[in-house]
Ligand binder design. Structure first.
Ligand code: NAD
Length: 308
């Protein structure tokens, strides 16, 4: 099965590398507008194949969408990343034009593809793809919650001084510092609620550290992160290509679920060969519902900046 990754930058290349390392796709096409850049990344990655034991063929393309034809999944990472001090929402001006153009080119060559949107502000970019293409909502998936949940688990493991493999937890809501909702109430350490081990204050600190996870890395790196974003996307691509029916929180276009309409926001879904195969509605507390409402209002405000 063929997977296309648009944007050969930090996140796109990391995503292509993890897909190849996991060895489940026959072909990965990386496409970028910068002349020769995707070809260079593809060649460099292919030269790791004999060292890392994968058979996935990686091909680079400078803006030639015919090479992406008949992709099962297309990942959109093209666009500018945050610099220290910036919010994801500030990227909308440039990235909206890029995402609109890229998604329409992808669909021309792969009308049945499943699109994973990564470019920020991600919830609004996923919404834009819904509003400007005719593909069904099951096939437009925003990546944010998978990454934010991985960061949540990292912070929980740190606080618990436990291995990450013992930890489970999920982040829903907007992919933004203020709008994301780490579900601390439901997080577990080997099936026991983490509140058995951590004080309410420490748990609150874990939630706050999770929410600024991206900003913390942007401050350290001078640009936004790529390893964990690339790994998160590759896990979602694998769930679809291998029809795994795995659950991830993904930005999903809602039609009444969670009492929300006409918005893409992070909620748990089952990913399989048809894309979003089920939206999982979990019972939220009143406080969590209120946070979800606030988060949705913030996304709707950013969506209002789109020239639709
Ligand atoms: P980057 O600058 O390293 O790479 C972006 C690439 O996109 C560049 O190589 C650029 O040439 C290419 N590009 C720009 N316009 C294009 C077009 N029209 N067609 C094809 N390629 C084009 O940036 P990055 O660090 O890889 O981040 C990419 C995007 O992903 C940013 O918007 C960033 O904010 C976002 N991001 C999202 C998440 C998430 O969880 N959703 C996580 C990390 C980064």
């Amino acid at each position: 099965m063929k997977v296309t990754v648009v944007g050969a930058g930090a996140v796109g290349a990391s995503c292509a590398e993890y897909i190849a390392l996991k060895n489940f796709a026959s072909e990965v096409v990386i496409l970028d507008i910068k002349e020769g850049y995707a070809e260079g990344k593809a060649m460099d990655l292919m030269q790791t194949a004999s060292l890392n034991n994968f058979d996935t063929k990686i091909i680079g393309s400078t803006a030639d969408y015919s090479k992406t034809a008949n992709s099962t999944v297309c990942v959109i990472t093209s666009g500018i990343p945050r610099k220290p001090g910036m919010t994801r929402e500030e990227l909308i001006g440039i990235n909206a034009g890029i995402v609109k153009d890229v998604s329409s080119n992808l669909i021309k060559h792969s009308p049945n593809t499943i699109i994973i949107v990564v470019s920020n502000p991600m919830d609004t970019m996923a919404y834009l793809v819904h509003k400007t293409t005719s593909i069904p909502r099951e096939r437009i998936i925003g990546m944010g919650g998978a990454l934010d949940s991985a960061r949540f688990k990292y912070r929980l493991a740190e606080a618990l001084e436990a291995p990450i493999s013992d930890i489970d937890g999920m982040v829903i809501g907007q992919h933004s510092d203020k709008g994301m909702i780490p579900l601390t109430r439901m997080a577990t350490r080997n099936s026991l609620p983490v509140s058995n081990f951590l004080t309410a204050d420490r748990l609150q600190q874990v939630a706050e550290d999770t929410k600024v996870g991206g900003a913390t890395l942007t401050g350290l790196l001078g640009t936004s992160a790529w390893y964990a974003p690339g790994a998160a996307v590759s896990s979602m691509v694998q769930a679809i290509v291998c029809d795994q029916k795995k659950m991830f929180p993904c930005s999903t276009f809602l039609k009444g679920e969670y009492n929300l309409n006409d918005i893409s926001i992070g909620v748990p879904v089952i990913l399989g060969k048809d894309g979003i195969e089920k939206i999982v509605e979990i019972e939220l507390t009143d406080a969590e519902k209120a946070k979800m409402k606030e988060s949705a209002a913030a996304i709707a405000k950013t969506n209002g900046l789109l020239a639709l």
